[in-house]
Design a protein around this ligand. Structure first.
Ligand code: 5GP
Length: 127
């Protein structure tokens, strides 16, 4: 039980500077960069610098400083990309996939911020 962090995942390599990224914001505990395969005009991934596998792992074990830094970074990214409704934007969708059922591809916690177009229904209904 519990989480084991694989430090060979692609976002760990981005954090170590081993592969490039289009950085949108960097703080002490957080990095935000453009998704390499954007599904919307705005598609930014926000990740903690710490070794957390998914959202609940981060929410359980991150320090208060990391959580505050990450959460404020989300606000900054929404504002700077122009999608924050409170700053004249038209809105966005925030998604955190986890595990097999969540169809998480990269096992380093990341929040997708997507916008710049209508994002459609949240999820398709299944029988
Ligand atoms: P997940 O399915 O794990 O929630 O999403 C992983 C996301 O990471 C996908 O949207 C994919 O396009 C993105 N991604 C995968 N590899 C890279 C990469 O090397 N660089 C960047 N910027 N994004 C990546």
């Amino acid at each position: 039980m519990g989480y084991e962090y694989d430090d060979q995942n692609i976002f760990a390599k981005i954090l170590r500077g081993e592969i490039p990224n289009e950085t949108r914001l960097e703080t002490e505990h957080t990095l935000a960069f453009n998704d390499i395969d954007p599904k919307a005009p705005v598609h930014v991934l926000i990740i903690p610098k710490g070794p957390y596998v998914c959202y609940d792992h981060f929410a359980s074990l991150a320090t208060e400083a990391e959580i505050v830094d990450f959460t404020r970074s989300v606000a900054d990214v929404c504002r700077m990309t122009g999608v924050a409704p409170g700053s004249g934007g038209e809105g966005y969708r925030a998604i955190a996939n986890a595990g097999d059922h969540g169809v998480q591809e990269v096992p380093h916690y990341h929040l997708h911020i997507m916008g710049g177009r209508g994002m459609g229904p949240m999820i398709s209904r299944q029988g």
